[in-house]
Design a protein around this ligand. Structure first.
Ligand SMILES: Cc1cc2nc3c(=O)[nH]c(=O)nc-3n(C[C@H](O)[C@H](O)[C@H](O)COP(=O)(O)OP(=O)(O)OC[C@H]3O[C@@H](n4cnc5c(N)ncnc54)[C@H](O)[C@@H]3O)c2cc1C
Length: 490
């Protein structure tokens, strides 16, 4: 019997697990995929929004600025890659200029600091590559970029360190209310035939943080109150050799389509171009289409005329959990059941403030919160390429694995991969290593380092290379052994 079960280990579920792990509670964090951050949290624009975009009378507006502040604070405490870049929303005509005034007013009401409307010449002084046709822009100094999956993972790792039970490959397929608790049916989603039977766990409180599936989970225990409208956004990821394109995050003026196409630096010094916005039927459809990419290219070129998408090293898509409420759905929707549902943008930014808001709702509902005296926060990560040249030799002498570069594009060493495998939630796939150590993030996108990462993953987890997956459960890479007792590495 758990005190509380959280359904979904995206950034929202992970932030809540992190927050509640500071109290004396037995918590289960249940996830249908094989890792943390496998939904919207891994495929988004990775922007820490400053807080001027959502209307002040929405939960998004009320939680954004505190979320921004907490994001930066947690990134420092948990050693998560991030950079405060500031952002510009650009206007091409008087109508859009009027929208900037509305955004600025929203921002002031939401508590944003340092907002400024600047004219076209000032825009180009700050961002020389932007179009001559831009007449003005809203500058928000507090916007930034973050590594979104590292953020979720860092919070989940600390939660696990402090006793939260992480249950991957466990899809919630049933929820039934008993006198004072829920029975939760978990159906295994991994590819091991041995674990195909469903099992049940019990919890006094259930929190629904299941993203794009959150209306389905809600409907298992309460009358339908909202519907998720999965809305796909597609991207180009450009090689850093095109840079420097822009220093800050550049937004189009928002419209009925949402925040529009963005040109944004990433924490790895690449550039993200996108997303578009398309309502889709299948909640897991992350296909990338030529039509969307053409649309994104043309909209982005209006802002950045010299943009050349031939420098693209990857295209990908994420699915927003937009809903018929057009706001976050955060409420006790049934006895002992809290929805953190339909968390669309700026949900990545708001995750820590959503978690605090959720903690307060649960406490008001009767959950007893006693702080742990032995809670262990904090986290540090060795990033070899950030170690000063003069200190590297001593570092390698201490641990020779840091002397073996596995990912040549990003200079990631075997030492970093092995360290990632020894953290509280070890990776189980090649992309799991990528999300933790940064391998395969560069130009070759794992082309060269993928086989080496596979070998290390198999060796460190004592698994057969044949069982190693590329990413989600079932994405097996190798099908059979072709050379028995073959060449050993010199
Ligand atoms: C294209 C796009 C761009 C965005 N850009 C930004 C941005 O720049 N800045 C920003 O602040 N926000 C942005 N967002 C929003 C942000 O990414 C989301 O709000 C945030 O990631 C939502 O987190 P979550 O934990 O609610 O959902 P998710 O990350 O989707 O996590 C939900 C988890 O629940 C699991 N799950 C689902 N059903 C079940 C089940 N039955 N049993 C067990 N587990 C289940 C899923 O596998 C998933 O891991 C963007 C979103 C998208 C899609």
């Amino acid at each position: 019997m758990y005190d509380l079960a959280i359904i979904g280990a995206g950034v929202v579920g992970s932030a809540l697990a992190y927050t509640l792990s500071q109290y004396d509670l037995d918590i289960a964090l249940v996830e249908k995929e094989n890792d943390v951050a496998m939904g919207a949290t891994r495929a988004n624009t990775a922007i820490i929004h400053a807080g001027y975009d959502p209307a002040p009378d929405t939960l998004m507006g009320q939680l954004n600025v505190e979320g921004t502040r907490l994001c930066y604070q947690l990134c420092e405490e948990l050693d998560v890659e991030h950079r405060k870049t500031g952002s510009l929303v650009v206007a091409f005509d008087e109508e859009q200029r009027a929208t900037l005034d509305v955004l600025c007013q929203y921002g002031i009401e939401n508590g944003c600091q340092g907002l400024e409307i600047i004219d076209g010449s000032e825009v180009r002084k700050r961002e020389p590559n932007l179009s001559e046709k831009i007449v003005s822009a809203l500058w928000a100094p507090d916007a930034g970029v973050i590594n979104p999956w590292e953020f979720a993972l860092a919070m989940a790792e600390v939660a696990v360190r402090n006793g939260v039970a992480f249950m991957p490959n466990s899809k919630v397929t049933g929820l039934s209310r008993h006198s004072d608790h829920y029975e939760i049916t978990l159906t295994p989603t991994d590819s091991k035939p041995v674990s195909l039977d469903s099992r049940t766990i019990h919890a006094h409180y259930v929190v629904n943080a299941s993203g794009v599936e959150s209306d389905l989970i809600h409907n298992m225990v309460a009358p339908p109150q909202f519907t998720v409208q999965p809305t796909r956004g597609e991207y180009f990821l450009l090689d850093r050799t095109v840079g420097p394109l822009v220093e800050s995050v550049i937004f189009q003026c928002p419209g009925s389509y949402g925040k529009g196409v963005t040109v944004s630096p990433t924490i790895h010094d690449n550039f993200l171009i996108g997303p578009n916005s398309e309502i889709i039927e299948d909640r897991e459809d992350t296909a990338v289409t030529k039509k969307a990419l053409d649309e994104i290219e043309s909209l982005a070129k209006q802002m950045l005329p010299t943009l050349d998408v031939r420098a693209s090293i990857r295209n990908f898509a994420g699915v927003r959990a937009n809903s018929t409420r057009n706001d976050f759905v955060i409420e006790m929707s049934a006895n002992g059941f809290l929805d953190l549902a339909a968390i669309k943008s700026p949900g990545l930014t708001c995750a820590p403030s959503i978690a605090r808001y959720a903690r307060d709702l649960l406490e008001q509902d009767g959950l007893t919160l006693n702080r742990k005296s032995d809670w262990q926060g904090g986290r540090t990560v060795v990033r070899f390429k950030e170690i000063p040249e003069e200190d590297r030799e001593a570092f390698i002498r201490d641990n020779p694995l840091y002397g073996r570069v596995i990912c040549r594009c990003e200079t990631i060493t075997e030492g970093e991969i092995v360290a990632a495998m020894r953290r509280e939630i070890p990776p189980v796939s090649i992309d799991g290593v990528k999300r933790r150590a940064g391998t395969g993030m560069g130009r070759c996108q794992s082309g060269f380092c993928g086989p080496r990462v596979l070998e290390i993953l198999a060796r460190e987890s004592s698994r057969s290379p044949l069982s190693i997956e590329e990413d989600a459960s079932g994405s097996i890479i190798l099908t059979e052994e072709t050379k028995r007792g073959g060449c050993s590495r010199a």
